[in-house]
Design a protein around this ligand. Structure first.
Ligand code: KG4
Ligand code: ZN
Length: 364
């Protein structure tokens, strides 16, 4: 039996300063504490994450998050087996804050240091929450990420496709901005869509006519802008119903695109003859009920289970970094003080680099 490990995780790649402590083994670990300090209010006036503000906030807050996480777990540094930290991809100033803190803690305590890819943290979360068996198909869908990953092991990922421009969460946020709805846009657009008629405006389903699993959302956003402007030009403004119908149409288009591309990714994944066919979904957009329902339908078509981790572990957090660190440490990976922050760090170095960079940083 594998020896139980206690790991501290640190995350600072975007606009959440986070620390967590986790104990256990791969596929069977408990989150002892998970502290996440968001920065939404710091960036609210600017309509997006400002990298310099984010970096400063991480530098000021991360050590407090670590202290809190250790205190909530009832542990001190000597109780740890290792320190895992997000070393990329993300906004470089924030990642550097986390890496510098982790190096300091490691040097001071003599505990091993493990640099974790933020995307690996997301991609391995279904093993932490549901003990998902390798290989599984992962859809990462948030404000900064959108990709299908074939996950075969803690450091074995194949990207089957991803967005060539915006991430869906980003598109939800922009849609909300265009319609005067509050941020973050996902929940407000979803709430408006509940009373809207999706079929009133026929918005495009970008890239469905192209083979493969790549996705695009910027054309959809432009189509929404044009439809809104036409309505305003015709009637002098938008009614509540116009807004709801636009939200419903937009959400249905995103759901259709994600479902069809998930279908193609599932078909590729099923060729690996998995014992427990699984489609796992993570990222803030996984909170959307309509999108979730479409992905559940697609999984069922293939006789696969659909796993959506609880939202606090789906969105950015440090427990996922601690967990990925645990799997890597078990597999013998360890870094030293030469660890550097990497703004871009594709999980799958064999796949061509992706285009574009979301408002929340590089998509890798
Ligand atoms: O994973 P996350 O918290 O942060 C990163 O982007 O890394 O995802 C946040 C994104 C935002 O763009 C937000 O608008 C979107 O997830 N989101 C949603 C919903 N809840 C959050 N999008 C659609 N429907 C939702 N219910
Ligand atoms: Zn993330």
């Amino acid at each position: 039996m594998t020896h139980s490990l206690t790991i501290l995780g640190i995350e600072s790649s975007c606009d959440d300063s986070a620390a967590a402590v986790l104990r256990g083994t791969s596929g069977a670990a408990d989150v002892l504490s998970s502290v996440v300090e968001g920065q939404t209010s710091l960036h609210a006036a600017f309509g997006g994450v400002v990298p310099e503000i984010a970096a400063r906030a991480h530098a000021e807050r991360l050590d407090g998050c670590v202290k809190q996480a250790l205190a909530q777990a009832g542990l001190t540094l000597p109780d740890l087996d290792a320190i895992a930290v997000t070393a990329g991809p993300g906004l470089i100033g924030g990642v550097m804050s986390g890496v510098a803190l982790a190096k300091g803690l490691s040097a001071g305590s003599g505990k091993p240091l493990i640099g974790v890819n933020h995307l690996a943290g997301h991609a391995l979360t279904p093993r932490l929450t549901d003990g998902a068996q390798f290989p599984y198909l992962m859809l990462l869908v948030s404000g900064g990420h959108c990709q299908f990953l074939l996950v075969r092991g803690p450091a074995d990922f194949t990207r089957l496709g991803g967005t060539i421009d915006d991430a869906p969460g980003e598109a939800f946020d922009k849609t909300a901005r265009l319609l005067g709805l509050p941020q973050p846009g996902g929940p407000s657009v979803e709430a408006e869509a509940a009373t809207g008629l999706a079929s009133r405006f026929r918005l495009p389903r970008p890239l469905l006519d192209r083979a493969g699993c790549d996705l695009s959302f910027s054309g959809l956003k432009t189509a929404l802008l044009r439809t809104r402007d036409n309505l305003v030009a015709e009637k002098g403004g938008l009614t509540r119903q116009d807004r709801a119908d636009l939200c419903a149409g937009f959400q249905a288009a995103v759901a259709d695109v994600l479902a069809e591309k998930a279908r193609r990714a599932m078909a590729l994944y099923m060729e690996s003859a998995p014992q427990t066919p699984t489609l796992a979904v993570a990222g803030g957009v996984a909170a959307n009920q309509a999108i979730r329902a479409c992905l559940e339908t697609v999984s069922a078509e293939f006789g696969a289970q659909c796993l959506t981790p609880p939202l606090d572990l789906c969105t950015d957090n440090a427990a996922m970094i601690a967990y990925a660190g645990l799997e890597l440490f078990e597999a013998g990976q360890q870094d030293d003080l030469t660890l550097v922050a990497r703004p871009r760090w594709p999980l799958d170095s064999a796949s061509p680099a992706m285009l574009g960079s979301g408002k929340k940083g590089a998509k890798a």
